[in-house]
Design a binder for this molecule. Structure first.
Ligand code: 4AD
Ligand code: MG
Length: 480
């Protein structure tokens, strides 16, 4: 007798053996065929019951969503689309699921909108779509570690609670044990954080970069992969208040090497998903094809999901300076310009996602790495170029996503960094440790951050970021 998962059984070449499987019922046809899923694969295992051999009371409980255990003989299947099935000899209902409960309707074979499924985040994972997305997410996470570990990087756990605002953008969630309704005040009437548990103002990290830099300047190559938080009130299909970020940081890498790393890394993980998530990606691709049928022809995608992924692997990311991008946008045709909500008039303007997507999807028609941005629209830590007005920043822009990576070569010159912090009003005392790096054995170094959910979105073709993370945190949404 063997206990195996369905994914293993479906691959097994040995039949006429007794097996036991457990899972949740997807359907029960003609009181004879149970489609069983255990989450190990998108596929179901057909379990054939000879209803005369089982009590009616038990069979009645075999309803959609119920947890059951079956034991029987694995045999070749005559049915279409499956190689093996189980001839059931023993059937136990482990946990019933009331088919009348409205919550369970999301498990019925009828298609439900993703919005409806979002309302039941704890049950939506039982659907094929979410099973496929979350298995792919898990594989991608593994591929991230595999890539860096194979390439000599050390995994660094950067702190979640921190005093620093790595991006200097002030979009932080405060962490405090002070009584919010009745905080201790100092003589000026401002909150006295000295009485706080951490004795200073602390927040949830927006990025592990600054801490990762300190480690890169000792271990050479490091990466972080953990949750990060942004208190920005962006209600879009690309923003979360809590998201996972991957941040490699490498000593002695300049911006060109940073771009090479980002491209190589993304191609590795996308290829890993293509090779290891075939069934799930096939399902998601078909799902998208169904969805596209409802769209006007002009809006339908020219490529299928897996073709898009393959395309990324086979093409070089186009490297373009910010200045070139602005020229392209300024020169774009009047009917295209009309489509922009915000028209780029001059050098120095920040690109909106509509411009990024135009460059990638309409102009270059491939992933783009934009670099050398104006200093005053980017963070304080980026290395100033010799022109005195641009910094060694890079953003990787992806079709359907927009910005997937943001990174830079870091300012390694003490005086230049200090001056920059002063003009940008960044407290040099708070960041003394960051400045210290520039005093003791400073060197060129660079890194980037990749938003993991945006990568999962791209790989699975899901349109909304809320559907690629188990429990999305967005403004007004943190039920549990
Ligand atoms: O461009 P960002 O803000 O860069 C940093 O945080 C740097 N410290 C990274 C570094 O150089 N080590 O964020 C990096 C990436 C973005 O390109 C995007 O993919 C993702 O993180 N991201 C978000 N993803 C989901 N929701 C949000 N609110 C996000 N904000 C950024
Ligand atoms: Mg960015």
């Amino acid at each position: 007798m063997q206990d195996k998962t369905i994914v293993e059984l479906l691959k097994s070449e040995k039949t006429h053996v007794d097996v036991t499987v457990r899972g949740w019922v997807r359907s029960f046809r003609s009181n004879r065929f149970i489609a069983l899923n255990d989450g190990s694969t998108i596929k179901t295992l057909q379990c054939v019951v000879d209803f005369e051999n089982f009590e009616e009371e038990i069979l009645k409980k075999v309803t959609i969503g119920a947890a059951i255990e079956v034991t029987g003989t694995l045999v070749e299947s005559q049915g279409q689309g499956q190689t093996v099935e189980i001839q059931v000899s023993k059937l136990t209902v482990l946990g019933e699921a009331n088919p009348e409960d409205v919550k369970l309707t999301i498990l019925s074979p009828k298609r439900h909108s993703l919005e409806t499924l979002r309302e039941q985040a704890h049950l939506r994972i039982r659907t094929n779509t979410f099973g496929a997305v979350m298995r792919t997410r898990s594989k991608l996470a593994f591929a991230v570690h595999e890539y860096f570990q194979k390439n000599g990087f050390n995994y660094m756990h950067s702190p979640i609670i921190t005093g620093s605002d790595a991006e200097g953008a002030g979009e932080m969630f405060r962490v405090s044990n002070l009584d919010a309704k009745n905080p201790p005040l100092d003589e000026n009437g401002t909150v006295n954080y000295k009485e706080d548990f951490f004795e200073k103002e602390t927040n949830l990290t927006v990025s592990g970069q600054l801490e990762a830099e300190t480690y890169a300047m000792a271990l050479g190559k490091v990466y972080t992969f953990g949750p990060t938080f942004r208190a920005e009130n962006s209600n879009t299909s690309r923003h979360l208040a809590e998201f996972w970020m991957i941040e490699p940081e490498v000593a002695f890498n300049d911006l060109d090497a940073n771009m090479d790393l980002a491209e190589d890394f993304i191609k590795y993980v996308v290829n890993y998903a293509l090779e290891n998530c075939a069934d799930d990606l096939e399902f998601l691709e078909n799902r998208l094809l169904e969805e596209e049928k409802n769209k006007p022809e002009a809006e339908r995608s020219e490529m299928k999901l897996r073709e898009k992924l393959q395309f990324i692997l086979e093409n070089n990311f186009k490297r373009v300076t910010y200045t070139e991008a602005i020229d392209i946008l300024k020169r774009s045709k009047p009917n295209q310009k009309k489509k922009f909500k915000y028209i780029i008039e001059e050098w120095g303007a920040d690109l909106q996602s509509e411009h990024e997507r135009f460059l990638v999807e309409k102009h270059f028609k491939c992933p783009v790495i934009l670099f050398d941005y104006p200093a005053n629209i980017k963070s304080f830590y980026m290395r100033l170029n010799d022109d005195g007005k641009t910094v060694r920043a890079m953003d990787v822009l992806f079709p359907g996503i927009g910005e997937i990576v943001g990174g830079s070569e870091r300012e390694e010159r003490y005086d230049v960094l200090l001056q920059k912090m002063k003009t940008m009003n960044i407290d040099e005392k708070e960041l003394y440790w960051y400045l210290d790096l520039r005093k003791f054995g400073t060197a060129t170094h660079s890194g980037f951050g990749l938003g993991f959910e945006r990568l999962v979105q791209f790989t699975t073709g899901m349109g909304n970021i809320r559907d690629v993370i188990p429990y999305p945190r967005t403004p007004g949404n943190a039920e549990f």
